[in-house]
Design a protein around this ligand. Sequence first.
Ligand code: KPL
Length: 303
Amino acid sequence: MNTLILGPGAVGRLLALHLAATMPVTLVGRRELPRRQTLTTPTGETLSHELDSVTPATLPDGLADIVHLTTKAYAAEAAFEAIAPGLAPDTPLVLWQNGYGVQPRLSERWTGPVLCASTTEGAYLNGDEGVVHAGRGQTVIGDLAGRHTRLAEDIAAGLDTAGLTTVAVDDIHVRLWHKLAVNAAINPLVARFRIRNGQLRDRPFRPMVEAVIEEVSAVMAAEAIPAPAAGWSAQVWSVVSSTANNRASMLQDVQAGRPTEHEAILGPLLAAGRHHGLATPALAGLHARLAETDSVSGSVARQ
Ligand code: KPL
């Protein structure tokens, strides 16, 4: 089973280096990477594999039996469009993006089965040569219409055998919204104020988080997304505590002058709020602020 990993960032290379022990894997990115890639495990061991690395222009047609799309949310559709003409129309596609936007759109558009994955695995890149698996997590996988249960189980079993704890679920839509809700309460604020997650517990940030949670809870209730067992507030504060020392992904993006995933994370909440006639001033303020930051860093990057 030839596996394509489209988007060789941290999650992409984490997948590639796990799967490479069990099947042929090709990385597809904007530029070719060194063939020898190294995985540093959470216990500090290093494992190396030789991986093929190509660009969309040098990818041979018909190579993929399955595609894992692991780009950032804002880059996913363009990246997929660049390789889609060379894929068999029934090729399974697995989406690993944050937020909720790419998933319904590509599920609608792609001719083959589309699955969505949501993961709490922690990883960061170690330059061009490899990836550090910083903390073990869990991955869930399923499709939005519940039509590909068997395929989700097979892919989950393959990832699990490769060493990434994964289960197939029949409520991936709810799982994606839950992750989005927690991300919305943490990521935009830490990116806006350039702080680590744990600092959200202190003044003046705590009431800002509470204001976001209140808006998110109202939107989730209106969308009929069930709250986590402990409630939204407890869920968010528990993630803040367990990731207290993290520089969240959106903060890392802002600090590196990269675009953020604010549209994928806040956009669906704002759209759902509008649809249900709910006021979401805290979410709207964060969205506007991050859009401004993105356009400034974008214009600096373009100079
Ligand atoms: O998933 C995360 C991220 O960094 O994107 C959180 C939950 C905010 C942890 O840092």
